[in-house]
Design a protein around this ligand. Sequence first.
Ligand SMILES: Nc1ncnc2c1ncn2[C@@H]1O[C@H](COP(=O)(O)OP(=O)(O)OP(=O)(O)O)[C@@H](O)[C@H]1O
Length: 509
Amino acid sequence: MSLDWQYFFSLFTVYDFYEACVVVVILSVLAWVIGAVLGFIIACCKLSEKKWLSIPTSVFVWFFRSVPLLVVLVFVYNMPQLFPSTGTYLGIPFFAGLVSLVVTEAAYMAEIHRSGLLSVAKGQKEAGHALSIGFFGVQRIIIIPQAIRVSMPAMINEFVTIIKLSSLVSAISLSEILQVGQRLYSQNFLVLETLLAVAVYYVAIVTIFSSILHWAEKKMDIPSRSPEALSDEQCEILRQQAKAVNNTPIDATEKGMPNALSLRQIKKSYGQHQVLKGIDLNVKPGEVLSIIGPSGSGKTTLIRTINDLEKIDNGEIVLFGENFIKPKQESVKRDVYQGIKRIGMVFQSFNLFPHKTVLQNVMIAPHYHDKNSSVEETKAQALFLLDRVGLLAHAYKYPHQLSGGQQQRVAIARALAMSPDIMLFDEPTSALDPEMVGEVLKVIQDLAKEGMTMIIVTHEMEFSLSVSDRVIMMEEGIVQVDASPNEIINNPNQSAEFERIKEFMGKVA
Ligand SMILES: Nc1ncnc2c1ncn2[C@@H]1O[C@H](COP(=O)(O)OP(=O)(O)OP(=O)(O)O)[C@@H](O)[C@H]1O
């Protein structure tokens, strides 16, 4: 027996096949898009801490991933027997097929989106929070674009699966490609030739759409983008556009000026482990404070409480005499967000947004908060800040194209873009190679000279002595020493505490 090739080729002129192809494409695209959106909502609910959201959605995913599509399909198509009012839509094979594909795909897509969302580093959310961007803003601008990039290859794969699964809808008499083929071979019994043609139609659809989606995926692939550094001439043009950010330091000598920060009896525990044991600390406007101490003494935890990245259990933090942070149950969201806006934070691991250019990273917070400013205005100020940290030439690069030191300088510019009254630095040089430490410390030093109020957690002992007005040494969750660099170095009263801090500094340096 041999195949009837003439008949096989004639099947590519059958109009019904082309009509069926359109049905398959519309059904698949709709199922993919609706499934992706629904799947995203389900993934967010599944990740929620609220049990009434996470439990039902987990059950939904578990159920529809377990039941074969064919069963869902036949069940949905026959649903009007149970609920006659649904017959208007579910009695139509196309709608019954679409509903079945959507619920099944939503369950699969939810798992794809969940892994995408989980893949976005925790630091990204924290960086958004530190820029006082609200929950939905963080999701929209920072988390979702990154999660979708991670999910994209699996989602493309899912589209191919949907196209193939759409052939099952022939079971409820939808006139799709397989059904047209079945109709033909039931008349002439040329089964193999017809199924071969059916396969070619499916392969063609899958190939065309996979190519389009792979092209889109490539367009979204940030690591493959590598914009060049700008030339001196290009930098000069940008420099002309740059506009100074109005960041006049607060006049500390002004009469009646309250403390920039007052920490009162701050306590914080992780489970049974009390990390902060009642910290009292006042920081005057314009003061530079370094926090040093052995590993695990609570330095990072303390600085993170100052912009609400860690909740406090007890005490309060007052910002320029105004209510700011209180324990969770007493906390006023508005006070917290208003306060965070006045504080810039620089993290050990930079936490730049990898899907945004250097310039966009710096523009993101002012653009989000100041709806009255034009994009040009925000851009001009961002260019000014980038020039100030020596990175104007890298404005259009992505974070992955920069060295650690450069990334940290962008992070400083990003924090300064909010015109903060206080800057917090959490071990800003710990993740850097030794040769890059200097360039970051220089930027911090310049800020200190300009009168910026700063709290710096650092292991750079010499730097802390040279740049700070006061050095705080923490040990086991309490402030052991609070003194000026001069007192520490000269120790005029032969204080045992200062000897201890000198000994510690000697060991670390
Ligand atoms: N999210 C957390 N959950 C549980 N324990 C934590 C958490 N974060 C910090 N800790 C614990 O709190 C203590 C203080 O940690 P912290 O990071 O504040 O110390 P550190 O002084 O900054 O140390 P290092 O200099 O090594 O960064 C440590 O014992 C740490 O294990």
